[in-house]
Design a protein around this ligand. Structure first.
Ligand SMILES: Nc1nc2c(ncn2[C@@H]2O[C@H](COP(=O)(O)OP(=O)(O)O)[C@@H](O)[C@H]2O)c(=O)[nH]1
Ligand SMILES: [Mg+2]
Length: 411
């Protein structure tokens, strides 16, 4: 209260008197009685002081907000900067750098690919059958005879064609073939029946290492098929080893090496002219030593020395069996579909020397002779494991009888 005491009260009272005096004309004109002038002046003073205080508080508040706003703006800007720098600084995840994993191919895509690959066979077989059926209303002997011709020229082979014609005729005799649609349906069912027969499935996990010996004449696509298979198995997480058993052509081992590099798998090879059985021996040893899941062995296919070739294949078989009891677990014959009936002859020939477990039919994409699949299944009773429908890595497809018929008949 020191400051209160220190006030110059005389000066204050003097100032108040001056204040009242300066107000008096105004108060007089307003009709305020003289005895209330001091009170009104005091009231005015009080009001004025309150207003000044309020004004002061307002100014204070305003300046406080002004002070806060820029800070918030700075903060907000900083936040924005943070976002930006976060986007800029965030390391690009490796998956953004590598190509996105291809989506698993939808069933339709697979179907469409096979359809494109089989388009020539489709038009030479089912296309012609459909043309014939469209031009007829009755199912008579003439029609069956013309069907027979189509089936033979589409490389289904004599034996298979006769079998199919027989079932068509017996159905007709029973009165079950009244419309062209029924002919188409029966043909479809019979083809599927021929293609689906009881056989040992290819189960690469049934042995370790599982040895696949790939045989076939020169140029049918053995090395290419091995390359495609190696890639597929490796992608499925299998440890694969390739054996370059075609030692007659230097280019053959080089070609296999290229496929091996592409698939990222080891290739066992010897110099040109080496004994193919020695390659088989080393490849089998390597497959065991490296704990490989699958060994794919390439072989030569010089058909002009037929007897030698067959003896050589038998020898390779023995060597493999000695090193890995039970091997080869699959003798896979590669056939070129473009050769038509010749492919069937080759299958019979090889089967006599080394019993076949499966067949890979290549180059279906380039031929109208795809009907040979049916002939092979019917006459050999050896399952077609794979079909080649192009030269790309994924152009080797597991053969599926149902899908094959569906594609041909556009079901
Ligand atoms: N269009 C097509 N060509 C193929 C297919 N499979 C293999 N080829 C080609 O056939 C040729 C011979 O193949 P190759 O593997 O060297 O036969 P090999 O002598 O039996 O080993 C090569 O030009 C391959 O690209 C296939 O499914 N479709
Ligand atoms: Mg080859």
């Amino acid at each position: 209260m020191e400051w209160f005491k220190a006030l110059n009260w005389v000066a204050v009272v003097e100032w108040l008197n001056t204040f009242v005096a300066s107000l008096s004309p105004l108060l007089a004109s307003a009709g305020v009685p003289e005895e209330y002038w001091s009170l009104v002046a005091f009231g005015v003073l009080y009001l004025g002081a309150t207003l000044v205080v309020l004004l002061f508080v307002l100014i204070l508040l305003k300046s406080f907000r002004k002070f806060k706003q820029p800070q918030q703006e700075i903060d907000r800007a900083a936040e924005k900067d943070d976002d930006l720098s976060a986007a800029e600084i965030t390391p690009i995840e490796p998956e953004h750098l590598v190509e996105p994993e291809p989506e698993p191919e939808p069933i339709l895509g697979l179907f469409e690919r096979l359809k494109r690959g089989l388009s020539k066979t489709q038009s030479s077989l089912v296309g012609r059958v459909d043309d014939l059926l469209r031009s007829r209303t009755t199912i008579d002997e003439d029609l069956i005879e013309e069907l027979e011709e189509i089936l033979i020229t589409a490389d289904l082979g004599m034996q298979t064609t006769q079998k199919l014609i027989k079932s068509l005729e017996s159905c007709r005799a029973r009165g079950e073939l009244a419309s062209p649609d029924q002919v188409r349906q029966l043909l479809m069912e019979e083809l599927e029946k021929i293609l689906k027969f009881e056989s040992k499935p290819l189960d690469v996990s049934s042995a370790s290492p599982f040895v696949i010996m790939v045989i076939g004449v020169n140029g049918v696509g053995k090395t290419t098929t091995i390359g495609k298979l190696a890639n597929q198995f490796a992608q499925a997480g299998k440890k694969v080893i390739l054996g370059a058993g075609d030692t007659f052509r230097a280019a053959a081992a080089e070609q296999l090496q290229i496929w091996g590099d592409r698939a990222g798998v080891e290739v066992v090879c010897h110099a040109e002219g080496a004994d193919p059985s020695a390659v088989a021996f080393d490849a089998a040893k390597a497959a065991v030593a490296r704990k490989a899941d699958i060994l794919l062995l390439d072989t030569a296919g010089r058909l002009h020395t037929k007897v030698n070739l067959m003896e050589e294949l038998k020898k390779i078989r023995r060597v493999l069996d000695r090193e890995i009891p039970g091997a080869p677990h699959e003798v896979l014959l590669v056939l070129d579909a473009t050769t038509g009936q010749n492919a069937l002859t080759q299958a019979k020939l090889f089967n006599e020397a080394v019993p076949l477990d499966g067949i890979a039919l290549t180059k279906l994409d380039g031929t109208a002779k795809g009907g040979i699949v049916v002939a092979i299944a019917a006459e050999m009773q050896v399952p077609v494991r794979f079909v080649g429908i192009g030269e790309q890595l994924d152009d080797l497809r597991p053969f599926d009888a149902e899908m094959f018929v569906s594609v041909l008949f556009d079901r």
